[in-house]
Every structure is written in structure tokens, then in C-alpha cells.
Write a protein that binds this ligand. Structure first.
Ligand code: COI
Length: 356
């Protein structure tokens, strides 16, 4: 790709790395590329100063939500190197999301090159404070102005960057979760497996009501029988029952998480049985009462490995591991973040260096 570079003449002051939170600060630059069917597809790749985008008020994305996105991170290692974690998985997932939303598929090599180049330009924004990283948000939407419903041929793909700390306010402290009984996130044949803005918009009301009741997130049940657990608003979820790990299968309604996949690999490597199968919420609550449900944790790029302290379903609450982070959860967190920050051997070849 021949990427044009326009550097900012007005660099921002960098935030305090000890108080980043999640998604509060944007770096100095962003990557943009257009896709226009009538111009032979992808055209005009550029890195420009981070600034508001110009968009027609009748752009299809604003009305009909033809939008997809991804999330990954760049990590600064102790020796000052910058590395990505499994960007090929994000490229593939975005291809699958775009196929479902009738949007052009960006080839994997182009997707990774764009990320590397924009991160290189903003390399001084990759934080080095413990547990911080540079969150990378590629996204794409239909920027064609047209109110009639039709399949568009004009898109903008962008990558923005944000130095981040922990996703949840309390860091790795266990969170309280409520099982959602009224609303559904995804149904078979829908877009549950994609990373599209619409899935998150459809989840917002449940999230708001959960927060009003004092919960951090909702746990979604399947959209048909409202019987089986699927995922949490911002992460996949895993349950440790009698020493074995259970998580919902990614069969169309659940997001195929990169962290989910990585944790499954690590667990299998450690000889811990992992079951990707349907788990009924009623059974889970029962295991919670007998104490057989030993740990619960969420997995996600933003959330990393996040312990869950309690589940509330139909006004019944079970507390897991006395509300403390479980041993396996902590071990998985240490292993995964150890690889991501280059402190542990990357025997899976998951990290990708950003050559400066
Ligand atoms: C991510 O983990 O990268 C996500 O996109 C989740 C989002 C809710 C922050």
C-alpha cells in the first residue's frame, strides 16, 4: 500500500499513564482508506491528523447501521519493543463481519499493514506503565449518501488509537453480573457472531437497566429459549465447574473472541478440559449453590481476563469463590498478559513485532 502521511502540526499533550481508564484519549493520527466500487475498490490510503470525519447527513451508516469494527492492542515490552497480539484473528473476524453486513472484505495483509503503519507514526503513544497498552480500533462504515435501502458500494475504513488502562473502573477486581431475562442480544441467523455496532446498540437498554440496579454488565441468554448462557456485554464468559472449564459455543450467536480462543488454547495446553457447549442457566445457578461452580471469568481484548464475583438470576444471587478472584482466573490472566507484554515465552507465535 502506498500510504500518504500528513503529520499533525499540533501534537497533543500525552495523558498521565497512571490514570488512562479506557477509551478516554485519542492519539495524534488516524488511518483512513476509502472503498468505492466505481474506483476499482480500495483507494486513497492515508495517515492524517486525528480529527472529526466529514459525513453526509444521509450517509447509509447513520440510518441503517451498516458498520463493523474490531478491537486489538499494541503492547510495549520491557525492552521497549512494541508488539501486536494475534492481529490475523481480527482481520479474519472483520472479513466475516463484513461478509454478513454486505461490506467489502479487507485482505488480511492490508489490514495488518495499516495497523502497523499508524501505530508506528504514533509509537510514542504506546504507554509503558504496568497494565497499559494502546487500544487499536479499526472500523468501517457506509459513507454513501442515500436514503433508499440498497446495497452500498462506498465505504470508509478507519483506524483510531487510544492509550488505555483497565477496562473496568476497579481494574481486575471481580464484578457483579445480572442475567438478562427480558431482552435478547442475538438469534440464530442474525448478526450475533459479527462485531457490528448494531449488536451493541441493541444491548444498550439492558446495560443501562443493569447499571441502575448496581451491576457492571449483563449476561445474555440465547434468544430462542432464554435458557442457555451466551456472552456478556463486553466479553465472552467462562465457568469453572469441578475443575473443568465451560463456555458457550460460537455457533452464530456468540462473538468468536480472540481472547476466548487464546484462553482455550492455553487451558488445553495445561491439560485442563474445556467444553464449548450449551450451559443452561438453571444448572449454573444450581452449581453455584452447591459450590461446584468454582470460578467465573470473562475474556475480551478490552476486558482481558476479568473475574466475576456474582451472578443474579430471577432475584436469586450466587456468589462465586467468596467474591474473590479465583486461582485459575489469576493464573490465566498472568499467562496471557505475560505473553502480551513479552514477559513470558510466546510459544504459540501469537505476537507480531512492530518494526520501527
Ligand atoms: C473489545 O474488547 O475490543 C471490544 O470491542 C469490547 C468493547 C465493548 C470495548
Amino acid at each position: 500500500m502506498d500510504i500518504k502521511l500528513e503529520k499533525t502540526t499540533n501534537p497533543k499533550e500525552k495523558p498521565d499513564e497512571k490514570n488512562l481508564g479506557f477509551g478516554n484519549y485519542m492519539t495524534d493520527h488516524m488511518f483512513l482508506i476509502n472503498y468505492d466500487g466505481d474506483k476499482g475498490g480500495w483507494n486513497n490510503p492515508r495517515i492524517v491528523p486525528y480529527a472529526p470525519l466529514e459525513i453526509e447527513p444521509n450517509a447509509v451508516a447513520l440510518h441503517y447501521a451498516q458498520e463493523t469494527f474490531e478491537g486489538l492492542k499494541a503492547y510495549r515490552t520491557e525492552d521497549g519493543k512494541i508488539q501486536l497480539f494475534r492481529p490475523d484473528m481480527n482481520a479474519t473476524r472483520m472479513i466475516n463481519s463484513n461478509r454478513r453486513l454486505c461490506m467489502p472484505e479487507m485482505p488480511e495483509d492490508m489490514f495488518i499493514e495499516a495497523i502497523k503503519e499508524v501505530v508506528k507514526v504514533d509509537k510514542d503513544w504506546v504507554p509503558s506503565e504496568k497494565d497499559t497498552s494502546l487500544y487499536i480500533r479499526p472500523f468501517m462504515f457506509t459513507n454513501e449518501g442515500m436514503l433508499g435501502l440498497h446495497v452500498s458500494d462506498h465505504f470508509l475504513f478507519a483506524i483510531i488509537l487510544s492509550p488505555v488502562g483497565a477496562y473496568y473502573e476497579n481494574g481486575i477486581d471481580p464484578v457483579d453480573i445480572i442475567v438478562e431475562e427480558n431482552y435478547v442480544r442475538a438469534v440464530e441467523g442474525g448478526t450475533g457472531f459479527t462485531k457490528c455496532g448494531g449488536n451493541y446498540a441493541a444491548s444498550a437498554l439492558a446495560q443501562k437497566e443493569a447499571e441502575e440496579k448496581g451491576f457492571t454488565q449483563v449476561l445474555w441468554l440465547d434468544g430462542k429459549e432464554r435458557k442457555y448462557v451466551e456472552e456478556v456485554g463486553s466479553m465472552n464468559i467462562m465457568f469453572v465447574i469441578n475443575g473443568e472449564v465451560y463456555t458457550a459455543p460460537t455457533e452464530g450467536t456468540v462473538l468468536p473472541g480472540v481472547t476466548r480462543d487464546s484462553i482455550i488454547h492455553i487451558l488445553k495446553d495445561w491439560g485442563i478440559p474445556v467444553h464449548e457447549e450449551k450451559i443452561a442457566i438453571e444448572d449454573l445457578m444450581e452449581y453455584g449453590k452447591t459450590g461446584e461452580l468454582e470460578e467465573i471469568f470473562g475474556t475480551g481484548t478490552a476486558a482481558v481476563v476479568s473475574p466475576v464475583k456474582s451472578l443474579t438470576y430471577k432475584d436469586e444471587k450466587i456468589t462465586v469463590n467468596d467474591g474473590k478472584i479465583g486461582e485459575l482466573t489469576q493464573k490465566l490472566y498472568d499467562e496471557l498478559t505475560g505473553i502480551q507484554w513479552g514477559k513470558k515465552e510466546d510459544k504459540y507465535n501469537w505476537t507480531v513485532d512492530i518494526e520501527e
